[in-house]
Design a protein around this ligand. Structure first.
Ligand code: KG4
Ligand code: ZN
Length: 341
């Protein structure tokens, strides 16, 4: 177990470098972010229309030491004040993960503090309880939608999670990013589509919505993206209002996600549902998710925007919730790009 101080507080440094955000944070008791620093690399990847793993990894090397210092300074603590160091060990880009893991190992070794290996997806799940008047009520359901993942996860405890359904192809965020590219919007595409869709009509075009087989909670978004592409290349699609296309595409993604959520919760066993991951920042999805909660009577929770997209506070929060995940030999920890739940 994580050792607590005599005053009952646990102070963890979080490090997250699984993709393209170099993120560090200091979190108290898994709930309060004393600092949450994230250096966005978007400008280095934007011209390629997606994340270039080699660039991401090099940028982490260049940025991480200063980001650790920054998180400690902003929280007004030193390494010696910490109770441990939590780091994302996977899943993610291997070249990016190893930078965070190596750095966390070095810090743990030098300071004598325990090291906690955290699954990135657990981070997204437990982000919901950061700085909110909310405690987990097990079992709860999480709709985890990011650039790399789209899954419905049943959470029975901080260490027991089960994937109930997942995308068969593109993640929801990936579909946003690829469709944004078709629309000539900048990377990352999610926020750009979200913004453009505000002035569009979601019912203007009827793009296909993936229908799952009976009993399945899987989803698919690649057909939707391809259908937007064919439409834009067709004569009918040449002079359309791009805001209408953005809004109609977004409506289709939201409809699929809410349909699978609804199916997952149809047994009535969940009293809480969490929406998390970068796509949880989407305004149409947030509205539909809240409306679903009202309709079904399931309490809904969405992390604060700063904890929705990749961040290190969620990694420290998940480590704190897990408690028992301490590794006694910090030097043995490796990064695993395919780390399962
Ligand atoms: O969780 P995240 O920061 O990184 C991953 O672990 O993937 O998610 C990034 C994804 C990107 O695909 C981005 O386009 C999407 O989240 N995203 C959004 C919005 N903000 C970020 N998608 C739709 N609407 C948004 N407002
Ligand atoms: Zn993520």
């Amino acid at each position: 177990m994580i050792l607590t101080r005599t005053d009952g507080t646990v102070l963890l440094l979080g490090i997250e470098t699984s993709c393209d955000d170099t993120a560090t944070a200091v979190v108290r008791n898994g709930r309060t972010a004393l600092s949450n620093v994230s250096t966005n690399q978007d400008r280095f990847h934007a011209k390629y229309g997606g994340i270039v793993p080699e660039i991401a990894s090099r940028q982490h090397v260049a940025l991480l030491s200063a980001a650790v210092e920054d998180a400690l300074d902003r929280a007004e603590v030193g390494l010696s004040d910490l109770d441990g160091i939590a780091v994302t060990a996977g899943p993610g880009l291997i070249g990016s993960l190893v930078v965070g893991v190596a750095s966390a190992k070095a810090l743990a070794y030098a300071s004598g503090k325990p090291l906690y290996a955290v699954n990135h997806l657990h981070g997204h799940i437990f982000a919901a309880f950061l700085e909110q008047d909310l405690e987990p009520e097990y079992p709860f359901l999480t709709l985890l939608v990011s650039g790399g993942h789209s899954q419905l996860v049943r959470v029975d405890s901080p260490v027991e999670t089960r994937v109930l359904g997942r995308t068969r192809d593109d993640a929801a965020g990936e579909a946003f990013d690829k469709t944004a590219r078709l629309l000539g919007l900048p990377f990352p595409g999610g926020p750009a589509i979200d913004a453009l869709a505000r002035s569009g009509n979601p019912a203007a075009f009827s793009f296909p919505r993936h229908r799952a087989d009976r009993g399945s909670l899987d989803m698919s978004f690649s057909g939707l993206k391809t259908s937007v592409r064919y439409f834009l290349e067709s004569p009918a699609g040449r002079n359309v209002d791009r805001a209408d296309v953005a809004a109609s595409f977004q409506a289709a993604v939201v409809a699929v996600l809410i349909d699978r959520l609804d199916r997952a919760a149809s047994g009535g066993e969940y009293r809480l549902a969490v929406l998390s991951g970068g796509v949880a920042a989407n305004s149409a999805l947030q509205t539909a998710f809240a409306a679903w909660g009202e309709r079904t009577g399931v309490r809904t929770a969405i992390p604060h925007l700063r904890f929705c997209t990749d961040n290190a506070a969620m990694i420290a929060a998940a480590a704190d919730r897990r408690g028992a995940a301490a590794l006694s030999d910090a030097l043995r920890l490796g990064a695993d790009p395919n780390l399962p739940f």
